[in-house]
Design a binder for this molecule. Structure first.
Ligand code: CMP
Length: 140
């Protein structure tokens, strides 16, 4: 079993799509081990996306991620990191495969409904950004 971090982004929260996306993830075999509703500060969003700080879209990304509440979710499944990225679809919803979360719920490359960790190493870092280990429900 592997864990990964998803964030249901502010567009999903504002549009009332969070429950549908969580149901989609559960139907794809993910178990929810932790979940929060948070309104990120500029400093928090900037720190989370620090790897993109030199990219031209960084300011806009931080503005979007602080525009309203979002929902970080700790997910567990076999092959969770790769599996989540398949279920999410391409970053740009215009390029996302039919039936993926971004094809179904994202408006554009910025308002793209969901974030998912891109490697097991980053999943560990990103899970720790939002959850302490005592926050995560253990498998039983
Ligand atoms: P995410 O998977 O959360 O990781 C970084 C985010 O930057 C990405 O999703 C997009 O929402 C956002 N972004 C905005 N503009 C771009 C762009 N031109 N290329 C890649 N990512 C972008």
């Amino acid at each position: 079993m592997e864990q990964t971090l998803a964030i249901l982004k502010p567009d999903s929260y504002a549009n009332g799509n969070a429950g549908k996306i969580l149901a989609h993830l559960e139907a794809e075999g993910f178990t929810i081990r932790g979940l929060r509703v948070v309104h990120l500060t500029e400093a928090q969003a900037g720190a989370f996306y620090a790897v993109h700080s030199e990219r031209p879209f960084f300011g806009s990304l931080v503005e979007f991620m602080t525009s309203g509440p979002c929902i970080p979710v700790a997910l567990e499944r076999e092959n969770a990191v790769k599996g989540l990225r398949e279920v999410m679809g391409a970053t740009n919803p215009a390029e996302a495969a039919e039936g993926t979360i971004r094809k179904l719920y994202a408006a554009n490359i910025e308002n793209n409904a969901i974030h998912g960790s891109d490697s097991p190493e980053n999943a560990a870092i990103e899970l720790a950004f939002f959850f302490s280990s005592s926050d995560l429900i253990a498998a039983r």
